[in-house]
Design a protein around this ligand. Structure first.
Ligand SMILES: NC(=O)c1ccc[n+]([C@@H]2O[C@H](COP(=O)([O-])OP(=O)(O)OC[C@H]3O[C@@H](n4cnc5c(N)ncnc54)[C@H](OP(=O)(O)O)[C@@H]3O)[C@@H](O)[C@H]2O)c1
Length: 327
């Protein structure tokens, strides 16, 4: 691709670049020849990116505005992917999804960084049923306050799938280890989008001026209910389990009990998010130049570990490293 900046390499700072979607995006930006700085709380989490030739990983406490400002200095563009699904102490939705984007946008303005891409979520709205979706909407609104001064693009994907995802892999683990699946919100609809497609949308939008000032919903080519999704996972894994669909009251009760566990699989807020279908009329806008890939094409490859690189997972596992380590 041609990088338009003529005054040196185009420098992009990515917040949340070491996460699931971020790792895929950073890899693509690196391949496209951009100079990428990844901000992470722990360098260890980003070690899979360190060897990429155009990527620099910087440890940064982004809750500290001075540290964040220093880290953003000199960037041509900033991409913010930081997000959480479950609140945890001071890492609440308000802080992470609303105040952080507000601070990032303000700092971009102060530092003269014109280009900002922000990650929100499909169905984010101030009237949404969940705190997660409401906070994502508050973040969008905070970012958009600068829409006259900065070149901002917002992405709002449905659930994202791909190697290392938490959504499909969580159901795969349940199917592997449980004899019966008690499924909350079985009729909730999703339009899962492949992580590589999401990342490509970001890369294609980066210097495409038609995307400036726009907000894009992103979805894959298939709409599925949660029950259909779990059935697909069972089919791929070759395991048949009875699925007991829970009504709304039992879904909330199950989530309440899961909230008491040390590892959060599902919360009542997640259930509330599923009260609105995570689907979109236009999966990917034409100007983003991405044809979405179907779930059925990609999921078997990583659930069954049939790709050539999957053979390395056995070695990683033997070496005590997580098989689903982000790449
Ligand atoms: N995955 C999906 O299905 C999906 C769907 C719709 C929207 N989204 C949005 O897409 C974005 C990326 O999602 P993802 O699935 O890639 O998430 P992820 O793997 O959990 O990564 C999120 C990143 O956010 C950073 N982060 C989390 N909590 C933080 C905190 N308290 N302080 C500083 N940094 C923090 C982490 O950075 P470090 O650990 O490196 O510091 C991490 O790399 C999020 O905004 C998410 O809401 C995701």
């Amino acid at each position: 691709m041609t990088i338009k900046n003529t005054t040196g390499p185009y420098k992009i700072t990515v917040l949340g670049g070491a996460g699931f979607a971020g790792s895929c995006l950073v890899t693509k930006l690196d391949q496209a020849g951009y100079q990428v700085k990844v901000l992470s709380r722990r360098r260890e989490t980003a070690k899979h990116l360190i060897l990429l030739p155009n990527v620099q990983v910087v440890t940064c406490d982004i809750s500290d505005n001075h540290a964040l400002k220093d880290a953003l200095k000199g960037s041509d563009a900033v991409i913010n992917l930081v997000g959480i699904l479950h609140e945890d102490g001071k890492n609440g939705f308000e802080n992470i999804h609303h105040q952080l984007p507000r601070r990032v946008t303000q700092l971009c303005d102060e530092l003269g960084i014109a280009r900002l891409i922000h990650m929100s979520a499909l169905q984010a709205s101030k009237n949404a049923p969940s705190a997660y979706l409401k906070s994502k909407a508050a973040g969008e609104a905070a970012v958009n306050e600068f829409s006259k001064k900065l070149d901002i693009t917002i992405f709002k994907p449905s659930v994202i799938f791909g190697r290392g995802d938490s959504f499909i892999n969580m159901f795969a683990n349940l199917v592997k280890y449980l004899p019966v699946i008690a499924l909350a919100k079985p009729d909730a609809k999703f339009q899962p989008i492949w992580v590589e497609d999401v990342a490509q949308c970001f890369v294609n939008a980066l210097e495409n001026t038609t995307t400036y000032g726009e907000s894009y919903e992103l979805g894959g080519p298939q709409i599925v209910t949660l029950k259909q999704l779990v059935e697909k996972v069972m089919h791929i894994l070759g395991k048949q389990r009875p699925i007991i669909g829970l009504n709304d009251t039992l879904s909330m009760l199950q989530a309440f009990m899961l909230e008491l566990m040390p590892i959060k699989l599902m919360t009542r807020d997640n259930i509330r998010s599923m009260q609105v279908d995570s689907i979109t009329a236009q999966p990917i806008a034409a100007e983003l130049g991405v044809v979405p890939t179907a779930l059925d094409v990609v999921v078997p490859e990583y659930l069954l570990n049939t790709s050539p690189r999957a053979s390395y997972d056995a070695f990683r596992s033997a070496a005590g490293r997580a098989i689903n380590a982000r790449r």
